[in-house]
Design a binder for this molecule. Structure first.
Ligand code: ADP
Length: 514
């Protein structure tokens, strides 16, 4: 039986638990990888947003240059340029004919933001190949705006672009654009739209090492910064309003790990329950088969005695009247024992079939125990037992089935007698606590090993080790007592020490008003 149950447990472990464990371990190891992929995707999305901001800032400037070109073609007045420029944040414009070697001619200048024309000349001279490229692009119908990588912090960003005059000649347009004005005033509406509920767009000025502008106050680190296409010193970045991407990823990782942990815990609990149940079932099956052999043994002995003495009597083989009396008494005693065993089995099967009914009445427990002891003291004396009783002076009322309580106590007394081969002393006491009434039956018998205490109330269970092997029984007595106590919403407890004895306690709820 044990071998079979062990094999079954191994089978469960091998077929269910092991694969799930492997799967969970695999999933957990994969989790980290998945989170990295998510982080990567998220970063790519942010990258796309930054790209769109760059694209938009360039488009705005580009359309402003379109207008300048249109004005230039129409020979519009300086005031018209200023109008456009006020809108865009461009502070100064210089034009240089691509066809001639003529110097830069200042087209429009604003107060306080003029660019030193000598400096402009030197930048022009140093960037000839680039300017020619810009010209070629325009010839191919594509106007490129090129920020010039020169440090002009107090003047704004210098950019070059090529525009066309009505006479068909190309001019290099050199403009100054102030990011401190351009970003908050020109880009702001678009930035608010891009950032939405979750994000904050921030611009850092690398030359000053500070945040130039952000759509909201920054509460977390900026997740990524990318160079702006229009400004050589400005970078645009994104930050989260609530949590950073690594915080979000970490949170998800944690949640996933907790879920996996719970799954494993559930699995372990489930398997433990299955194994526990299985063990219980196996034990019960074992106990049942022991029960059959115990009962057969229990029945065979009295039946053999009855048959033998009845035969002797019927054949009139008795020598004296005294002997006849003795044999008749044996037959009577063994018949009583048989009746007792059969009654117990019938009683048990009634309980098993849920057919046992209890009649609850309020009665005095002291009186019931006093009566029971006077009925039972003869039996105890017959078995060589001395008993002491500690009963309260007053009546103690409980609501219970009298017969059932009587039966429970008798079962405990029977056990005390059965399992006390040497020290034949039994103490019966009735104790009153604040809300309960307890019956305690103490013997000085063999005691019960601590590891068996939780099993003795199971049906069919018997301790079959050591000296007890020879003591007869069915393993039903205590399970019947337990059932009675459960039906009374009471309790049965036991304390025991091997070789010293046991105390069984029945606890009932006190009924104060009789
Ligand atoms: P049975 O006495 O027929 O074996 P029970 O259900 O009454 O069945 O008891 C179950 C087991 O509990 C017994 O086999 C015995 O080992 C143990 N037991 C019960 N009462 C006592 C006691 N007073 N002292 C020692 N062991 C006891």
């Amino acid at each position: 039986m044990k071998l079979r149950s062990r094999r079954f447990i191994l089978l469960i472990l091998g077929t269910i638990v092991l694969p799930i464990f492997v799967y969970v371990i695999f999933s957990v190891s994969k989790l980290k990888e998945n989170e990295q992929v998510i982080e990567q995707i998220y970063k790519e999305q942010l990258d796309a947003i930054i790209f769109s901001i760059n694209q938009y800032s360039t488009d705005v400037l580009s359309s402003m240059i379109d207008q300048i070109e249109a004005n230039f073609k129409n020979q519009t007045s300086e005031e018209d340029y200023k109008e456009v420029m006020r809108f865009t944040g461009v502070n100064a414009l210089y034009l240089h004919s691509m066809a001639s070697e003529a110097k830069f001619e200042s087209l429009v200048k604003f107060e306080g933001s003029s660019l030193n024309e000598n400096l402009l000349d030197s930048i022009y001279a140093a960037n000839q190949p680039l300017i020619r490229k810009l010209n070629e692009y325009l010839e191919a119908d594509y106007r490129k705006i090129e920020p010039m990588p020169v440090q002009l912090p107090e003047l704004g960003q210098l950019f070059f672009a090529i525009i066309q005059h009505a006479d068909g000649k190309n001019y290099l347009l050199a403009g100054l654009i102030d990011p401190g004005q351009y970003i908050p005033e020109v880009l702001s509406p678009k930035l608010q739209q891009v950032s939405g509920e979750e994000l904050i767009v921030a611009f850092s000025d690398d030359s000053q090492d500070n945040i130039l502008f952000s759509t909201d106050s920054l509460t977390h680190d900026v997740l990524m910064f990318e160079k702006m296409w229009l400004f050589t010193n400005i970078r645009v970045g994104l930050s989260s309003k609530t949590k950073t991407v690594s915080e979000l990823v970490e949170e998800r990782l944690k949640a996933n790990l907790i879920a996996s942990g719970l799954l494993v815990l559930l699995l372990i609990t489930g398997v433990t329950l299955i194994i526990r149940n299985l063990n219980k079932e196996m034990k019960l099956t074992q106990n049942k088969s022991d029960f059959v052999s115990n009962v057969s043994h229990e029945l065979r002995t009295p039946l053999a005695l009855i048959s033998m003495f009845a035969e002797t009597l019927s054949l009139n083989r008795v020598k004296s009247e005294e002997q006849r009396k003795e044999y008749t008494e044996i037959i009577h005693r063994e018949t009583t024992r048989l009746t007792h065993i059969v009654n117990r089995i019938l009683n048990f099967s009634k309980i098993e079939a849920n057919q046992r009914e209890y009649r609850f009445v309020t009665f005095d427990l002291t009186e019931l125990i006093t009566g029971l002891l006077s009925d039972y003291s003869y039996h105890m004396n017959q078995h060589g037992f001395a008993h002491t009783a500690t009963l309260p002076d007053q009546a103690l009322f409980i609501l219970a089935d009298q017969e059932a309580v009587y039966e429970a106590v008798v079962n405990l007394l029977d056990n005390a007698i059965k399992y006390s081969p040497e020290n034949k002393e039994i103490d019966i006491s009735v104790v009153e606590t604040e809300s309960n009434v307890q019956i305690k039956i103490t013997d000085q018998g063999v005691g019960i090993p601590a590891d068996k205490l939780q099993d003795i109330f199971d049906k069919f269970y018997r301790v079959t080790e050591g000296d007890l092997y020879t003591v007869k029984g069915t393993g039903l007595g205590l399970s019947i007592v337990k059932h009675i106590m459960d039906a009374h919403r009471g309790m049965i407890d036991v304390t025991s020490e091997v070789g010293k004895g046991s105390t069984f306690t029945l606890t009932f709820l006190k009924k104060s008003d009789a």
